[in-house]
Design a protein around this ligand. Structure first.
Ligand SMILES: Nc1ncnc2c1ncn2[C@@H]1O[C@H](COP(=O)(O)OP(=O)(O)OP(=O)(O)O)[C@@H](O)[C@H]1O
Ligand SMILES: [Mg+2]
Length: 236
């Protein structure tokens, strides 16, 4: 019998061991990467464009499997897990994609509510929470707008609301403030920090935004030439 993976505080939320990964034979976007994120930790991931941040994040929400080495999410090895186990793991992860991936035929509200709608819960149970979150990210007046009529920054905020709406155990955000002004960027990161502190959500944020990273005290991992280094602080 396949049991639901259980979240346990005594193991890392994420572990990468000797992960090698690339896209064409012989390339090493990631070379022997090791990392652990403890449950409830908040960490930034930086590195130059093309250094492999998005690739690393994709391995951490099991959108890709490592060519070599092991990636474990909540203790589940993504290379040996069944499809059912991976689905169950992914349900506990909120992802903010670098390219947003909103559904154009749905409104901002419907996009943000999607992770809750697919669980089959009646809308009346979550409507107020979704609206509150959309207000929080500054979209209270735009809830009925379709993504194509929203600015890049507004679309990004819908994507953040969608990733947070079901209070995930793990939040993986790829450049979540890349399209908003510095003030909104800080507000969004503080919202994520609040979630991290209140609900012990494990958070990993990839960002180019140096000033944002400098203003906050969280540990920083830096990816360069396929290697992952601790730039600041202990992880976890
Ligand atoms: N689907 C793919 N097929 C082939 N090569 C890819 C693919 N995705 C990424 N790459 C290559 O892998 C390397 C790392 O790309 P990745 O998108 O992970 O970098 P990044 O650090 O997220 O960059 P950015 O800061 O610009 O978002 C790059 O050299 C890129 O060209
Ligand atoms: Mg990227």
């Amino acid at each position: 019998m396949i049991t639901e993976p259980r979240f346990s505080d005594d193991q890392p939320a994420i572990r990468m061991a000797k992960v090698n990964h690339g896209y064409i034979k012989g390339d090493h976007v990631l070379g022997d990467v090791n990392m652990e994120l403890n449950p409830g930790s908040f960490t930034f991931l930086t590195g130059p464009s093309g250094s492999g941040k998005t690739t690393l994040l994709q391995l951490l929400y099991a959108a890709q499997l490592p060519r070599n080495g092991k990636v474990s999410i909540f203790g589940i090895d993504t290379s040996t897990a069944t499809r059912k186990m991976l689905t169950s793991v992914r349900r506990r992860i909120g992802v903010v994609y670098q390219d947003f991936r909103l559904l154009d035929h749905l409104s901002a509200y419907e996009n943000a509510a999607l992770p809750l709608r697919v669980t089959g819960r009646p809308e009346r149970e979550y409507r107020d929470d979704v609206m509150e979150l959309l207000h929080w990210v500054g979209l209270g007046e735009r809830v009925q707008a379709k993504p194509t009529t929203l600015s890049g920054g507004e679309q990004q905020r819908v994507a953040i609301a969608r990733a947070l709406v079901n209070k995930p155990d793990l939040l993986i955000a790829d450049e979540p403030t890349g399209n908003v002004d510095p003030e909104m960027g800080e507000r969004l990161i503080r919202l994520i920090l609040e979630l991290n502190r209140r609900l012990s959500t494990t958070v990993l944020i990839a960002t180019h935004d140096k000033s944002l990273v400098e203003r906050l005290e969280a540990p920083i991992l830096r990816l360069e030439n396929g290697m992952l280094m601790h730039e600041r602080g202990r992880i976890g």
